[in-house]
Design a protein around this ligand. Structure first.
Ligand SMILES: NC(=O)c1ccc[n+]([C@@H]2O[C@H](COP(=O)([O-])OP(=O)(O)OC[C@H]3O[C@@H](n4cnc5c(N)ncnc54)[C@H](OP(=O)(O)O)[C@@H]3O)[C@@H](O)[C@H]2O)c1
Length: 276
């Protein structure tokens, strides 16, 4: 059987690199997608994999990434929307004019998934969104303030973007499940990676701590649920639209199950991206 094609964003570091390693070992053809050209090339060289570079704070990069994937891959069996970050105390916007957390963590992966839609459906693909307990248990999403213009804090914006990823997976299931596309979201756990290590990042003291390997789990552990979702057919251990943590359904705020909110977020995303 030909190897499956697995696209992983945020594969140049942390959870994404660990997942890319595990899936390559299992025989998948992984496309390593990262932001840093050097880091992305190094991971790809280690794995003997193809790599592509895109900065999700630039939607044109996402469009070019989708075009490159469509040109090179007649099948895409798994898309892992894993790239993500938490930003600093000062609200910032991308060159596209959107609040940075909202764009990098949610709107860019939404756009990528939409641009790949036909290929994903034709391949009967699984889409996996890396969310967070910060979205699942504490996230609040205000459709009237998706850009955090009225109220911004890095943790609030992060939680909203990660709740949006859960809603995105559920709405993908509602819209395209009958066409054969399966989607899920998951929380990797508190993971000792480069997440939240930049200056101004609100949780940097924990993630930069010399004790972080004691407080936080390994990137291999963080990748475990992603790898499990990528390797297990839907309905054989996990249900499309679901949110998982440690391979089990995770608890969420009621908003995560609000189908009206999910549909509203979808409609607003299409509007913001001026998609037809
Ligand atoms: N670590 C945790 O405790 C934790 C907990 C819950 C959820 N998460 C989520 O898990 C996912 C992976 O995080 P991690 O822990 O592996 O962190 P990490 O080590 O910092 O890796 C983040 C990955 O995302 C990429 N990335 C960041 N900003 C990007 C941008 N603007 N455009 C494109 N790619 C970008 C990075 O690319 P470069 O390295 O090439 O810049 C890197 O490959 C994220 O979505 C994060 O929110 C992490």
């Amino acid at each position: 059987m030909p190897a499956r094609t697995v696209v992983i964003t945020g594969a140049s570091d942390g959870v994404g690199t660990a997942a890319a390693r595990a899936l390559t070992r299992a025989g998948d053809q992984v496309v390593v997608v990262g932001r840093s050209p050097d880091k992305t090339a190094a991971v790809a060289a280690e794995l003997g994999a193809e790599h592509l570079v895109a900065d999700f704070s630039r939607l044109d990069d996402v469009r070019a990434l989708a075009a490159a994937l469509l040109a090179a891959h007649p099948r895409i069996d798994v898309l892992a929307n894993n790239a993500g970050a938490i930003f600093a105390n000062e609200r910032s916007t991308t060159p596209d004019g959107f609040e940075s957390t909202f764009q990098v963590n949610y709107l860019a992966p939404f756009l990528l998934t939409e641009l790949l839609h036909d290929r994903l459906v034709d391949s009967g693909a699984t889409v996996i969104n890396t969310s967070s307990v910060a979205g699942a248990r504490f996230g609040r999403l205000d459709l009237a303030d998706l850009q955090s213009e009225r109220a911004y804090s890095p943790t609030r914006a992060y939680g909203a973007s990660k709740l949006a990823q859960i809603l995105h997976a559920k709405e993908l299931d509602r819209r395209y499940g009958a066409q054969g596309l399966a989607a899920a979201s998951f929380h990797p756990g508190g993971i000792a990676s480069n997440f939240s290590t930049t200056d101004g990042s609100p949780w940097r003291f924990m993630y930069r701590s010399r004790l972080k390997n004691l407080i936080l789990a390994s990137t291999d552990k963080g990748a475990d649920t992603l790898v499990w979702l990528a390797q297990t057919p839907p309905h054989q251990g996990w249900e499309p639209g679901g949110y998982y943590t440690r391979r089990k359904p995770g608890r969420t705020v009621p908003a995560a199950d609000d189908a009206t909110l999910a549909a509203g977020l979808w409609a607003r995303s299409v509007e913001l991206l001026v998609l037809g």
